[in-house]
Design a protein around this ligand. Structure first.
Ligand code: SF4
Ligand code: SF4
Length: 109
């Protein structure tokens, strides 16, 4: 089987702000995004820590972009991460995926 191209990329985790509703935080439930990995934006909106840094890079991303990466909270990642470029793991990117990859010198899928 062809390898998931995302495991050798990670560009989208280091290109865009990742904002989501605070109800996706763990908040003591034992599931969801660990509270310490997000920062408040508004009363109800939070952001993955590091994604508005310059240059951006989500603190949950482990590894080297374009070589080998892993989301350290994959099972608990927030909605925008789950929804992003859903066919990229199959080798089919979209515009946002291509933009992220180009920022890191990677060809679109
Ligand atoms: S969705 Fe696109 S930019 Fe994100 S890791 Fe996969 S290939 Fe890279
Ligand atoms: S939570 Fe995981 S998938 Fe989402 S931006 Fe951070 S490293 Fe990427």
């Amino acid at each position: 089987m062809r390898e998931d191209p995302c495991t050798g990329c990670g560009a989208c985790c280091a290109a865009f702000r990742v904002d989501f509703h605070c109800s996706e935080l763990d908040g003591g439930r034992g599931e969801g995004v660990p509270d310490a990995l997000a920062v408040p934006v508004t009363a109800r909106l939070v952001r993955m820590r590091g994604t508005d840094a310059a240059p951006p890079r989500c603190v949950a991303l482990d590894g080297e972009i374009g070589v080998r990466v892993r989301c350290t909270i994959y099972a608990q990642r927030p909605g925008p991460c789950r929804d992003f470029a859903p066919y990229a793991p199959l080798g089919i990117g979209d515009d946002a995926c291509a933009r992220a990859r180009l920022r890191h010198g990677l060809r679109p899928l």
